[in-house]
Design a binder for this molecule. Structure first.
Ligand SMILES: NC(=O)c1ccc[n+]([C@@H]2O[C@H](COP(=O)([O-])OP(=O)(O)OC[C@H]3O[C@@H](n4cnc5c(N)ncnc54)[C@H](OP(=O)(O)O)[C@@H]3O)[C@@H](O)[C@H]2O)c1
Length: 159
């Protein structure tokens, strides 16, 4: 299954200046617990925020041109089609972990979204969840992961 996982502010912002504009340990823990043992696909700019592969996950990095030093659990891929071709070889799910460009590219293929609602408004944000990204989805469940944060789970509506 292809699952989008994202944290958004009140306006759908996800990033500023190439970074996450917040730090919530409960969300980091949720992300780690949810994605461990699965594959994560990310854009090159999001890869740059990590510096090394997320442990215990296959890290798939999309870039048209960047060269990345080979390392364990890292797969550098040049186009979306190559990622889609890999899916049947994966043991677990494929989590689409951002950023904006990659969420937009995978939107037609995403079957579920896990959305952390961050209770802030980021000034001058420059990366956003794609507009209308939840339009074809229905809410299944919302769960508090600490006093301030909730995660909402969506699945693609029946067509
Ligand atoms: N809040 C959250 O949940 C969350 C999650 C992840 C990231 N973020 C934030 O989002 C921001 C980054 O988002 P972004 O949209 O600027 O960058 P991004 O999606 O992380 O990376 C964009 C780069 O990925 C490569 N790429 C994207 N689509 C591709 C495709 N279809 N085929 C081949 N390569 C492709 C290109 O790399 P090349 O230019 O090298 O070809 C492109 O420049 C940061 O602020 C980050 O912190 C937030």
């Amino acid at each position: 299954m292809i699952i989008g996982i994202v944290a958004v502010d009140r306006n759908g912002a996800i990033g500023k200046g190439g970074q996450l504009p917040w730090h919530y340990s409960a969300d980091m823990k949720f992300f780690k617990e949810t994605t461990t043992g699965h594959a994560c696909v990310m854009g090159y700019k999001t890869w740059l925020t990590l510096k090394k592969p997320l442990p215990n996950r296959l890290n798939i990095v999309l870039t048209r041109q960047a060269e990345i030093e080979p390392q364990d659990s890292l797969l550098v891929v040049r186009d979306l089609e190559s990622v889609l071709a890999l899916i049947k070889t994966l043991k677990g799910d494929l989590f689409v972990i951002g950023g904006e460009q990659v969420y937009r590219s995978f939107l037609p293929f995403i079957e579920k979204w896990m959305v952390t609602e961050v209770p802030v408004t980021v000034e001058d944000a420059d990366a956003f969840a794609p507009s209308g990204y939840l339009d074809d989805f229905q809410l299944e469940e919302s769960r508090n992961i600490d006093d301030h944060l909730a995660v909402s789970f969506y699945k693609r509506a029946e067509r």
